[in-house]
Ligand binder design. Structure first.
Ligand code: AWU
Length: 463
């Protein structure tokens, strides 16, 4: 082992946009603001996703490793983008094949890592950290409520009180506000867990290793999730839980997450032509694709609402024919990767029809944009609950990934969210935005948590 020459963080992201983007934003802060040495490990086909970060944080060192050989995955797959859910477990398990190459790297580099920060889907990195005699910190791309739920799920493995009722809610009395959700809205990985099946047990072990890890870094802020952050510190029995979000820089580069295929300039010019607070953004993250009947109902609802809107439709989304012609002037359909943060930050945008991915929720909160929630999977049902029931900055539109919304109902909710009856919700969104921006400013709760995290990381020495 080389002699100790100061803190050096090895960062290991999970290869999915929603997970990688916030962790790369954290790396930028650790390297640019805190001047920490950071190495970030990715596999060959994910290397290009680091370009925006490396151009603004040139001291960050990329460590590119070949993707482990894993026959159960379709050839060439190294990222969750567009991957059917069924391959989620194999992808997560395949990544554990990076443990030995990372160990060899750590033993051969002149400046060995003094800590590991890795995604919460990568529990096996706790073993790597133990082999290196350094602490492992869990990075959560989801909020503190969701992490609390995951810890109860994998520790207590709760079952329905009435196994014959698919909608029988599963409750979490050990979590503040005693939240509950129907079983079918719980995480896919948990619902499909098979006791004794190797991949299932691997996933479960990963989450249990997270709970035993040295600390947590969560993309959230105290004013939004204080009760859940305090719950974690009590539950884990130590204070090493840092809320450092929202991590997405509100004025960051439009190229966030790789080159925006949509013409950023044209979109901004179109928005410049709209009155303040008059536009609805419609977007469903980097994974979700609406089924044709859902896209048709959405289009019909948007048309009937009379509202101005930008619809970020993934390439695979079937937008009804002639729809764009019929709504020309008040509706814009953007295909491909859109500059979501920049659009949310425009003064014309006042509401956001979203699938409630946690990044999208935090970006809307930061921009002060009210939400129309249509959660579809993963942690999104919890996120929607937090947005609508706790923060009061959203209204529920749909809560089922397979639902085909009623066009009239959708039109009514859209019109109201931008109209007089949505005023209160929009004002609460503006207020929460002020608190989110205060949190990341000098002296703010997240700013101080990041300083606290860096101070702890800087104390670590490897002998
Ligand atoms: P977001 O979290 O909003 O959604 P997913 O991509 O679905 O990611 C986990 O990530 C969430 O907790 C899960 O609920 C799951 C997942 N974006 C963009 O800039 N342009 C586009 O055209 C499309 C997306 C950005 C967007 C956001 C991210 C998507 C952590 O949802 O701004 O930052 O991609 O993440």
């Amino acid at each position: 082992m080389g002699e100790a020459v100061g803190p050096h963080v090895l960062v290991i992201p999970y290869p999915a946009q929603g997970h990688m983007l916030p962790l790369l934003d954290l790396v930028h802060l650790l390297s640019s603001r805190a001047r920490l040495a950071v190495t970030i490990a990715v596999t060959t086909k994910n290397r290009h996703l680091l370009d925006p970060l490396l151009s603004r944080s040139p001291t960050v060192v990329p460590l590119v490793l070949p993707f482990p050989d894993y026959p159960a995955l379709p050839p060439g797959v190294e990222n969750a983008k567009g991957l059917p859910l069924a391959f989620f477990r194999p992808l997560t398990h395949a990544l554990a094949g990076l443990q030995d190459p990372l160990l060899r790297w750590a033993h051969s580099t002149p400046h060995p890592p003094t800590a590991i920060i890795s995604d919460f889907f990568l529990g096996w990195t706790s073993d790597l950290a133990a082999q290196l005699g350094i602490p492992r910190l869990v990075f959560s791309p989801s909020g503190a409520l969701v992490v609390a739920v995951l810890h109860v799920l994998w520790r207590r493995m709760p079952e329905r009180s009435d196994p014959d009722d698919p909608d029988c809610p599963i409750s979490f009395p050990e979590i503040p506000n005693s939240p509950a959700l129907p079983r079918h809205q719980l995480s896919f990985l948990y619902r499909t867990h098979i006791v004794g099946e190797p991949l299932s047990e691997f996933i479960k072990e990963g989450f249990l290793k997270n709970i035993a890890s040295w600390g947590f870094v969560v993309n959230t802020f105290a004013d939004l999730e204080r009760v859940y952050l305090d719950h974690h510190r009590n539950d884990l029995g130590h204070p090493r839980v840092w809320a450092v979000g929202p991590l997405a820089p509100p004025d960051g580069p439009a190229e966030r997450g790789g080159g925006a295929s949509a013409a950023v300039g044209e979109i901004m010019t179109w928005l410049d032509g709209c009155p303040e607070g008059s536009v609805l953004l419609v977007a469903f993250g980097s994974q979700q694709v609406l089924a044709p009947p859902q896209a048709a109902a959405l289009a019909e609802g948007l048309e009937r609402s009379g509202a101005r809107f930008i619809w970020c439709a993934t390439e695979a989304t079937v937008v009804p024919k002639e729809f764009e012609g019929r709504v020309a002037g008040r509706g814009l359909v953007v295909r491909g990767w859109a500059p979501q943060v920049a659009i949310l930050g425009h003064r014309a945008v006042a509401a956001f029809l979203t699938h409630c991915g946690w990044n999208s929720v935090l970006e809307a909160v930061t921009a002060g944009v009210a939400m129309l929630t249509w959660p579809m999977g993963a942690d999104q049902f919890w996120n929607a609950r937090l947005v609508v029931e706790e923060a009061g900055v959203g209204v529920a539109l749909c809560d089922d990934a397979d639902a085909v919304p009623n066009a009239d109902e959708l039109a009514r909710v859209v019109a109201e969210s931008l109209g007089e009856s949505g005023k209160g919700m929009r004002e609460r969104a503006k207020e929460l935005s002020r608190r989110a921006l205060d949190a990341v400013k000098g002296g703010g709760s997240s700013y101080k948590d990041l300083e606290g995290l860096v101070a702890e990381l800087s104390k670590i020495r490897v002998k």
